[in-house]
Ligand binder design. Structure first.
Ligand code: ATP
Ligand code: MG
Length: 180
């Protein structure tokens, strides 16, 4: 599985529809301070279900919607689509390409899609569970993450190993079954 494409519309500084194409291997994003590099990684965490505005460097979720500039009006919604190559079937669906989309309006309303079909946030979480992807997983190592892994409590650290071992899905199902 690898990241194929990222499309941003109205996400933070990306007012115009912006499409980034990736190929297998290493991609480096370079640019001057404030040009939007971190906004790109924020958008990936957001589309994977990040709910904390603070961890997206904002005060409220609305802050991720393009706020306008001297020459442009603010936009009413932000949308991000992440497309993954799934020819190796890392994701447990029959498609060779999987896209997830998230859209949010200023009203706070959120919409989620998997391959253009409306779904719940929970479906997106489940799709990426045990794959190492997902908003809390280890495929995104942000500033301070390594330190967090080393200094964190044993139970929290175990969560990282459980994700890598691929058993989070089963533990979650067990917990849900026990609730019923
Ligand atoms: P550095 O090299 O300093 O880390 P960077 O390339 O990572 O910089 P970002 O933090 O991604 O830069 O981008 C910051 C820019 O995004 C700022 O200019 C900020 O004004 C802009 N920005 C953030 N949120 C919005 C928004 N909602 N609407 C418009 N612009 C925004
Ligand atoms: Mg940055």
């Amino acid at each position: 599985m690898y990241l194929k494409r990222l499309e941003l519309v109205g996400f933070k500084s990306f007012a115009d529809r912006t499409e980034l194409e990736f190929v297998p291997g290493v991609t480096a994003v370079v640019g001057p301070n404030g040009s939007g590099k971190s906004n790109v990684s924020d958008s990936i965490r957001w589309v994977l279900g990040e709910q904390s505005a603070k961890s997206l460097r904002g005060a409220k979720m609305e802050d991720i919607i393009f706020a306008g500039s001297d020459t442009r009006k603010p936009l009413n919604f932000a949308e991000v689509t992440l497309t993954l190559d799934n020819t190796d079937r890392s994701l447990d669906v029959e498609y060779t390409e999987v896209s997830v989309t998230r859209r949010v309006y200023r009203s706070g309303e959120s919409e989620y899609y998997i391959n253009n079909r409306a779904c719940r946030l929970k479906d997106i979480m489940e799709l990426f569970m045990d794959t190492g992807l997902g908003k809390e997983a280890y495929s995104i190592i942000g500033q301070g993450k390594i330190e967090e892994i080393l200094s964190t409590k044993a139970e929290d650290r175990r969560g990282i190993f459980e994700e890598a071992a691929g058993i989070v899905k089963y533990k979650t199902r067990k917990r849900e079954a026990e609730k019923k």
